[in-house]
Design a binder for this molecule. Structure first.
Ligand SMILES: [Zn+2]
Length: 342
């Protein structure tokens, strides 16, 4: 066995994967949207498993409150205000240098996702909001790519594997099942709830990427680790023929650009994201000079600039987005934004 394959020897000894399945995994490209709790776990798992390529998208940077459950990140990333997609990329490359890792610091919108999708074999859910999940769901249906949905909050989690043309989609499911975590909440989360979801997501990803489609789970799973509940529900009958995402005449509503978020409250962060307020790139250098001469505290790294004014912190990214911290009030955030960029 050559040196490189020794890395995967235990995975190949597992009969359903074997050397053939390993070869398949090594040809595949997974797109992980959201590199927080779910995304850091699944990306680490897939990098260690030996996929050909991982693309990671995340709009946020590493915060101290992330370290309790988000693998890959360290205190150094918090101190450097490192974007999650970049911090995760660096760590994953140190775990498995053979895997090509692309980190994208941006809002995962329809234009960005459709531009990336061409050779993607699998979509993995690492987001914290249902707008982005519905977007991924439409993307999966339009381009016929399996999508492993996962979500968790508190001690509760749920997961389902969506195979276009076979299973119901997320839109079909959400109308019929009581789903927690559909809105931003502040009930907190324990790390094992994340790991339980990503254990399911990771196993499903390995089945799909190794070519074991017959083994893919047909049931929707939800659990509560604190209440000691586990539910596994046959979901096939929930498919709706009139569904706008997976039905007979699909329209993929979330891929239409008017569904894009201009202003969004970030889950559990007391933070509002504002974007596309400028046509073209934000003149960051000019703004930094302006803020410095006004005596404001300015910091940052090659990916973002942070500025503090009247006790409020705002962070500006190269792609024109701004995160206004310390508020969940959209109008308040807009006011702060305009006081900084005019
Ligand atoms: Zn559907």
């Amino acid at each position: 066995m050559d040196f490189q394959m020794e890395r995967y020897s235990r995975q190949m000894l597992f009969k359903p994967i074997g050397p053939e399945g390993q070869k398949e995994i090594g040809k595949k490209h997974a797109l992980i949207v959201g590199v927080g709790a779910l995304g850091t776990h699944t990306s680490e798992l897939l990098a260690r498993a030996g996929v050909r390529k991982l693309t990671l998208i995340d709009r946020d940077y590493v915060d101290m409150s992330n370290l309790q459950r988000q693998h890959l990140f360290t205190e150094k990333d918090v101190k450097g205000q490192w974007p999650k997609a970049e911090a995760a990329k660096e760590r994953l490359k140190s775990i498995n240098s053979q895997v090509e890792v692309e980190g994208i610091v941006a809002q995962a919108d329809a234009v960005l996702l459709e531009g990336l999708i061409e050779d993607v074999d699998l979509l993995v859910d690492g987001t914290d909001n249902f707008e982005t999940r519905f977007l991924m769901n439409d993307l999966a249906q339009k381009y016929k790519i399996p999508y492993v949905f996962g979500s968790c909050v508190g001690s509760f989690g749920m997961t389902f594997t969506i195979v276009p043309g076979q299973t119901p989609c997320l839109q079909c499911l959400i109308k019929k099942l009581p789903m927690q975590g559909q809105t931003c909440d502040t009930v907190g989360i324990i790390a094992p709830a994340v790991q339980m979801v990503t254990a399911h997501q990771g196993a499903e990803a390995l089945k799909i990427l190794s070519g074991n489609m017959d083994a893919v789970r047909k049931t929707y799973v939800s659990f509560d680790l604190w209440e000691n509940e586990y539910l596994s529900l046959k979901a096939g009958a929930l498919k709706e023929s009139g569904c706008l995402s997976c039905g007979e005449s699909p329209e993929y509503p979330f891929l239409q650009s008017d569904q894009e978020m201009k202003v969004a409250v970030l889950c559990g962060r007391d933070t509002v994201q504002i974007r596309h307020a400028y046509n073209g790139d934000l003149p960051l250098k000019q703004l930094v000079d302006q803020w410095r001469s006004a005596g404001l505290a300015v910091g940052g790294n090659p990916f973002l600039i942070s500025v503090e004014k009247d006790g409020t912190k705002a962070v500006f990214f190269k792609d024109g987005r701004a995160l206004i911290h310390g508020t969940r009030d959209v109008n308040e955030a807009r006011k702060i934004y305009h006081s900084l960029v005019g």
